[in-house]
Design a protein around this ligand. Structure first.
Ligand code: KE4
Length: 429
């Protein structure tokens, strides 16, 4: 059927690789063409053909307040009228840094950047510069953005597209990245001993969000904390998804384990391009122009527009009861889905932490990359399409999270549960 989205996609493919500016948006794995979105408001988005959807992507996490929050839009408009960027320090950057150091337990100092990738790339360079060591430990199926060191057995779009290890990453770079299974503490301890005094950092998503949502098994995070402390290794929590999401202070606050460095993104920008990395003052004091002068820079880092969107978002997340409301909404959705699965005699799995969750099309508990990878992706693709046809917009991949926002009403949750029942039933006939 010829639609406006189709016409736009045809034009896009002539001038943009794959017609998308990020491969996660391509509908390849689920079939068909991506929808072109023209408007978002609260929990809903509208596509180029005027169809409206309840949105559980939320720009992949940033829009925890919902689309086009009136107070955020007003604040950004006001800031824009004063100038969008100066390439010079501004007061809003100080206020933002003070707020982040107040909210996130591990962060004593913080540097703003423009994406989660910049944050994670900078954090491992800082860990290497600070320790004088070269290697990092990362986890199979985790996604830390597209810096070379991470593109070995990665998650998210790399996994979805069937290319977890990317061409273009040199053997030398790959040799310095040690990849171990998520939730496997023994494998970490073995890697650390085998590479004694060579490992600069362990970087982990404290709750994996890029192979679908996979929580840490009890003791995993504290075990990482213990072994990295013992061996003088920098522990980095990549909280680009979980930061300000599973609690105001992120997964480190939720689980009570404090890393040395934390990387942030998504919510911190309130929908505008912002990333950040921060942590112990002793380590952050080696970032240029300080200490060992570990290089890091950015033309638009901390620009007043993005800082305003992020700051106003974080201030609203500090209001009492916000995370209880998110928990209630997300719990209702998960409970409804589990009741549907039971009613239909299906044994598929759901994982949820706070307002992020994934329905896995597998009958075994999903606590590892291998378990996630065993999912029936064809069945997911059918389910995705059935939900889309019922007005529910999910991430076009089994290896992503669904994000519940404060804008999702009880009626939205109920409608989604109803659509889930009908979609599951259509998939199993
Ligand atoms: P960005 O460079 O996309 O802002 O952030 C990279 C990143 C780093 N760390 C974690 C834990 C992340 O989840 C991400 C980016 N997440 C993906 C979706 N899972 C963004 C979507 C996309 O790639 O288009």
């Amino acid at each position: 059927m010829s639609t406006r989205s189709k016409a736009l996609f045809d034009a896009a493919q002539q001038v943009i690789p794959g017609g998308v500016n990020s491969p996660a948006r391509a509908f390849g794995p689920v079939g068909g063409d991506p929808l072109f979105i023209v408007k978002g408001e609260g929990a809903r988005i509208v596509d180029a053909d005027g169809a409206s959807y309840i949105d559980f992507v939320g720009s992949w996490g940033p829009l925890i307040l919902g689309h086009a929050h009136p107070e955020i839009v007003a604040a950004v408009n006001e800031a824009a009228a004063e100038g969008t960027s100066f390439g010079a320090p501004t007061e809003i950057e100080v206020k933002m840094a003070q707020l982040v150091t107040e909210i996130v337990p591990s962060v004593e100092m913080v540097r703003m950047v423009n994406s989660g990738t910049e944050a994670t790339m900078s954090a491992i360079r800082l860990a290497r510069g600070h320790t004088g060591r070269n290697k990092i430990v990362k986890f199979e199926g985790c996604w830390h953005g597209h810096a070379d060191s991470f593109l070995i057995q990665a998650g998210s779009s790399a996994l979805t597209m069937g290319a977890p290890s990317s061409p273009g990453v040199t053997p030398g770079t790959a040799a310095d990245s040690i990849t171990v299974p998520f939730n496997d503490l023994e494998a970490v301890e073995k890697a650390v001993v085998e590479n004694r005094d060579e490992i600069a950092a362990v970087i982990v998503e404290p709750i994996a969000g890029n192979m679908g949502v996979i929580p840490p098994v009890p003791g995993f995070l504290q075990g990482l904390r213990d072994v990295t402390t013992e061996m003088g290794i920098v522990l980095i929590f990549d909280e680009v998804i979980t930061g300000f999401r599973v609690s105001c202070g992120g997964a480190q606050e939720f689980y009570g384990v404090t890393p040395d460095l934390t990387t942030l993104g998504k919510i911190i920008g309130g929908g505008l391009p912002v990333g950040a990395f921060g942590g112990r003052r002793e380590i952050m004091s080696d970032i240029s122009p300080l200490g060992k002068m570990v290089s890091q820079a950015g033309t638009l880092s901390g620009n007043p527009l993005a800082m305003t969107a992020g700051y106003e978002t974080l201030k609203r997340l500090q209001e009492p009861g916000v995370y209880d409301v998110l928990e209630t909404k997300a719990q209702a959705l998960e409970t409804g889905i589990m009741e549907n699965l039971k009613a239909l005699g299906l044994k598929y799995q759901t994982n949820r932490v706070g307002s992020i969750m994934t329905l896995f099309f597998t009958e075994s508990p999903v606590t590892s990359f291998d378990a996630a990878n065993a999912c029936d992706q064809d069945l997911f693709a059918r389910y995705f399409r059935e939900m889309l046809n019922r007005g529910i917009y999910l991430a076009p991949s089994q290896f992503e999270a669904a994000f519940v926002s404060l804008a999702h009403s009880d009626a939205d949750i109920d409608a989604t549960i109803k659509a889930n029942y009908e979609a599951l039933k259509a998939c199993i006939i």
